[in-house]
Design a binder for this molecule. Structure first.
Ligand code: GLU
Ligand code: MG
Length: 446
C-alpha cells in the first residue's frame, strides 16, 4: 500500500523548530536532493514558509529526474518533460544550521507526488526502503563515505604544490582546514580524520559511520560545507572523479558494516578475518553485482578515467584484507566496532542514496541465496592473470546494469529506467570527447 508522510506532524515539528531557528538567527532553509546524474539540486524557503513546506512540500519540476551533468535533459517513457509537479518535502529530523553559510539552515528532502504519495523516482525514499528491508531481517548497516576533493585557486589551478600527504599542504592551508573542521563539528558531524591526499591540491575528510540514509545525507552536507568554507576563502573546490588527466582521482569510498543485535558481523566470527557467515554472504552479494552497481556508484564518463589500476581506486572485482587495489577492502580495525568493508570503486559523482541503496540490495540478495565469498586476493590484483577488471567505461557498466534483474527489482521500474536513460545519455554526450575534454567538461560540475 502506498503511504503518505504525516503532514500535520511535520507542520507541527516545523513550527516548533521555527522558534529555535529564529533565535539562532536563521533566515531561510535550503532543501537539497541529489539527481540521477549526481548533482545536488535545491530550493529554499524563508523561515516563515517552513511549516507550509514541511506539510505540503515545495514544488519541484519532475524533469530533473532526467537531468544530465551538463544541465541538459534526456527523456524516458515515464518522463513528462515540462509538465507536472513534485513536492520536495524536507526531513526536519536532519535540519542543520549551516556553519559556513550564516543565516541558512539545510535539510535533505524526499520527493512526493502532489497527493502526498511517494514519488517512485525518489532516490532517498529508495535508500530508505532498502534500509527498512535490512531492518526487517533483524540486521542493521552502519555506513560512511570518505570524501576527497581538490582545492583550487581562483584561476582553477591546484591551490597547493605541496607533496602528497605533505605537511607543506597542511601549513599552507592551516586556517582553511581548521575552518572546515570547525564547521563540520559545529554541524554535528563526527570527523574522524582530515588530511592531505595524494593528487595535486587534494584533501580528504572522513566522518563516523551512521545509518545508511543518514550517511548519504551526511556526505551531501559535508560536501556543501567544504564548498562553502572554500568559497569563503577564495578557493574553488572539485569533487569530480578526476581533476588532472592521468592523475589519481577523487574517490567516494563507501564503508559498510553489518550488525545483528549490537554485534558487528565483521568481527569475531568463524570466517576469514573474523567475518560472520552473514557478513560473508552480504559481501559476496555486493561483489557479484559490482559491475552493475558501478552504474550507480561510478556514474559518469569521467568515473572510468579514475577507475584504473594502480590508482588506489579498486579497479578489480575482488576483495582482500587491507588490499587497496581490490574493489572491496576489508578492514579489521583496532576495535570490534571498527571492522568494516570499504567499497573503493565508487566516486563522489555518485548519487549517494542510489549507491548505498543499490549496495544494500545486492548484499541482501547475497544473504538470501547464501552466496559464498570467493577466495581472498592478498596481493596487487594488477599482477595476477586471473584478476577481473571491473567495467572500464560507462557503457560497459551500463551493459551490466541493464542485465541486472536485481537492481531493476530493488529500484523499481521507473527509477531503474530513469537511471538507465541518464547513464546512456551521458555516455552519448561525451562519446566523441577526448579524456582531457571529458575531465574539463565535468571538473567543476560535482
Ligand atoms: N584517491 C583515490 C581514489 O580515487 C583513493 C586514495 C585512497 O584513499 O586510498 O579512490
Ligand atoms: Mg583517500
Amino acid at each position: 500500500m502506498t503511504t503518505t508522510y504525516p503532514r500535520a506532524e511535520r507542520a507541527a515539528q516545523a513550527r516548533e523548530l521555527g522558534a529555535q531557528l529564529t533565535a539562532a538567527g536563521i533566515d531561510g532553509v535550503v532543501f537539497g536532493w541529489v539527481d540521477n546524474a549526481g548533482l545536488t539540486r535545491v530550493k529554499s524557503v524563508p523561515l516563515a514558509q517552513l511549516a507550509h513546506a514541511a506539510e505540503y512540500g515545495v514544488g519541484a519540476v519532475p524533469v530533473f529526474d532526467v537531468s544530465l551533468v551538463d544541465d541538459s535533459f534526456t527523456t524516458t517513457p515515464s518522463s513528462t518533460g515540462p509538465v507536472g509537479d513534485l513536492r520536495l518535502v524536507p526531513d526536519l529530523d536532519r535540519l542543520t544550521p549551516l556553519a559556513a553559510q550564516p543565516g541558512w539552515a539545510w535539510a535533505p528532502a524526499d520527493r512526493y507526488a502532489q497527493d502526498g504519495t511517494p514519488h517512485p523516482g525518489c532516490q532517498r525514499l529508495f535508500a530508505r526502503r532498502v534500509t527498512e528491508a535490512v531492518e526487517r531481517r533483524g540486521l542493521s548497516v552502519r555506513a560512511g563515505i570518505e570524501i576527497e576533493w581538490v582545492v583550487a585557486d581562483a584561476a582553477g589551478a591546484p591551490a597547493t604544490a605541496g607533496p602528497a600527504y605533505g605537511m607543506t599542504r597542511f601549513v599552507e592551508h592551516s586556517d582553511y582546514l581548521r575552518e572546515v573542521l570547525r564547521a563540520l563539528t559545529a554541524q554535528g558531524s563526527a570527523v574522524l580524520q582530515l588530511h592531505p591526499e595524494y593528487a595535486a591540491g587534494q584533501f580528504e575528510v572522513s566522518v563516523a559511520a551512521e545509518g545508511p540514509v543518514e550517511a548519504a545525507d551526511t556526505t551531501m552536507l559535508v560536501r556543501h560545507t567544504i564548498r562553502a568554507v572554500s568559497a569563503r576563502n577564495g578557493l574553488r573546490v572539485s569533487f569530480a572523479p578526476v581533476f588532472t588527466e592521468g592523475s589519481i582521482g577523487n574517490g567516494g569510498h563507501l564503508h559498510l558494516s553489518l550488525w545483528r543485535a549490537g554485534l558487528n558481523l565483521a568481527h569475531g566470527g568463524p570466517g576469514r578475518h573474523g567475518l560472520h557467515p552473514e557478513a560473508e554472504q552480504f559481501l559476496a552479494g555486493v561483489l557479484a553485482e559490482l559491475p552493475a552497481l558501478l552504474a550507480l556508484g561510478a556514474p559518469g564518463v569521467a568515473s572510468y578515467l579514475r577507475l584504473v589500476p594502480s590508482h588506489f581506486a579498486g579497479a578489480y572485482r575482488c576483495w582482500g584484507l587491507e588490499n587497496r587495489e581490490a574493489a572491496l577492502r576489508l578492514i579489521t580495525g583496532s576495535t570490534a566496532g571498527q571492522a568494516n568493508a570499504e567499497l573503493k570503486c565508487f566516486d563522489a559523482a555518485a548519487n549517494p542514496y542510489l549507491a548505498i541503496g543499490g549496495v544494500l540490495a545486492a548484499g541482501l540478495a547475497g544473504l538470501d541465496t547464501g552466496l559464498p565469498l570467493p577466495p581472498e586476493t592478498t596481493s596487487d590484483p594488477a599482477a595476477l592473470d586471473a584478476a577481473e577488471r571491473l567495467p572500464a567505461s560507462l557503457p560497459e557498466a551500463v551493459d551490466a546494469y541493464e542485465k541486472s534483474a536485481l537492481l531493476r527489482q530493488a529500484l523499481g521500474p521507473e527509477l531503474y529506467e530513469t537511471v538507465l536513460a541518464v547513464r546512456r545519455a551521458e555516455a552519448e554526450l561525451y562519446a566523441m570527447h577526448t579524456d582531457a575534454d571529458v575531465i574539463e567538461a565535468v571538473r567543476w560540475r560535482y
